[in-house]
Design a protein around this ligand. Structure first.
Ligand SMILES: *Cc1c(COP(=O)(O)O)cnc(C)c1O
Length: 395
């Protein structure tokens, strides 16, 4: 029997209960060497591991704590196998390295996490792998796919302007041509969106954000629903020698338990903040898909279980200096990237970076844009903070 997602968040990855008594939570299991009674046992372990079984033959493969998180993430996302990585970015790079070879071409939505573009310049171009950023509409995808396109990599919504993509339509086009699809699901965190049920083969998560949920760790995950991709992903993960410490794995398991309640509260607070922003004359536009007048609202309603605390807005008739003055004037919203913890954050985004997004060009956006992460502080205090900062830059 499959339970609701919030039930799974509470139950998934717990140890099996035995007659001798079992603690609720799996312990932090540390170890490098794995000791076995006989030489033949060791042979058997490695043989099974090499045959593709997800069992450890050495500490680098992760031990019980790792297996518990992997199985919880598989349950959430609807995948059959997961790999943990030291950061969200390493999960993205690993997916690209695993599925692309020199001479291959990949299409990425143009609202993709910005660091991917940096890895493209620093690494993938040198390897002869061509990453192309496309305006993520089905009709554009149809005409942009090439004979050597080997991967479609999407992110929905984008983390700066909250662009919501039509994932079923995009994955359908790729599947017709046997092109694997990976989706960066950090925004949805395995709870608000389930890309693997909308046609994607791989869901990539930065557990750093809402899964960890407390701004105290870095971690990534790859969850796969297509067994044909397992070997490539596993071989690449093993070849890079990636390993995640069990303490951080345990912290993500702890974060999972409260993910649903935190996200619901982040959404409630973000809606209150969005309302204040929409009424303010200094604001040209608010980007938040739970708003009925947001460009992505209909797709969000169709495909998502809810929204989170990520919200951005375009300042009216302001330059970057005023944007910086605005976030400097905020007291409760602290200045910082990353998001998904309990605290509120603000960031000023340069319009030059936004110009890479077709959504921004289509809207004739002028900028600058302020990206907020609306946290779990009282929303009245957050709104008062925003209003005093607007007043401060006007005077
Ligand atoms: C933060 C983020 C990442 C990268 O995660 P790190 O753990 O910081 O490397 C990837 N994708 C998205 C959408 C993100 O917001």
């Amino acid at each position: 029997m499959t339970h609701h997602l919030d039930t799974q968040l509470v139950q998934a990855g717990h140890p099996e209960i035995t007659a001798s008594g079992t603690p609720v939570n799996i312990p932090v299991v540390r170890g490098s060497s794995l000791l076995v009674p006989t030489a033949a046992d060791r042979e058997r372990l490695w043989t099974r591991r090499h045959a593709g079984e997800n069992i450890p033959a050495y500490g680098i493969h992760g031990l019980d704590t790792h297996r518990a998180l992997e199985s919880a993430l598989c349950a959430l996302e609807g995948g059959h196998r997961a790999w943990l990585t030291p950061s969200g970015l390493s999960a993205i790079s690993l997916t690209l390295l695993a599925l692309l070879s020199p001479g291959d071409h990949a299409l990425l939505s143009d609202s993709i996490y910005n660091q991917v573009r940096q890895s493209d310049l620093r690494l993938f171009q040198r390897l002869g792998i061509e990453l192309e950023y496309f305006a993520p509409q089905p009709e554009v995808l149809e005409t942009t796919i090439r004979p050597n396109t080997r991967l479609l990599f999407l992110e929905s919504p984008g983390s700066l302007l909250n662009e919501v993509l039509d994932l079923p339509a995009l994955t359908h086009i790729a599947r017709q041509r046997n092109i694997p699809v990976a989706v960066d699901n950090t925004w949805g965190s395995g709870y608000l969106l389930k890309p693997l049920t909308l046609g994607a083969d791989i869901s990539v998560l930065a557990s750093t954000k809402y899964l960890g949920g407390h701004s105290d760790l870095l971690q990534g995950a790859i969850v796969c629903a297509n067994p044909a991709l397992d070997k490539r992903l596993n071989d690449t993960h093993e070849s890079l020698g990636l390993s995640v410490g069990p303490d951080d794995v345990w912290l993500v398991l702890r974060g999972l338990r409260t993910l649903a309640v935190r996200l619901a509260q982040h959404q409630r607070h973000a809606l209150r903040v969005a309302d204040t922003l929409q009424q303010h004359t200094a604001v040209r536009r608010v980007f938040y898909p739970a708003l009925p007048d947001d460009a992505g609202h209909a797709l969000w309603q169709r495909d998502f279980q809810g929204a989170n605390g990520l919200l951005s807005f375009e300042l009216q008739n302001a330059d970057m200096a005023q944007a910086h003055a605005f976030i400097d004037a905020l007291a409760l919203f602290r200045i910082g990237a990353s998001w998904g913890g309990v605290e509120s954050l603000a960031l000023a985004v340069d319009p030059a970076r936004l110009a890479l997004h077709s959504h921004w060009r289509n809207l004739a956006g002028q900028g600058p844009v302020i990206r907020l992460h609306v946290g779990l502080e009282n929303p009245d205090d957050l709104n008062a903070d925003l209003l005093q900062a607007f007043a401060a830059i006007r005077s």
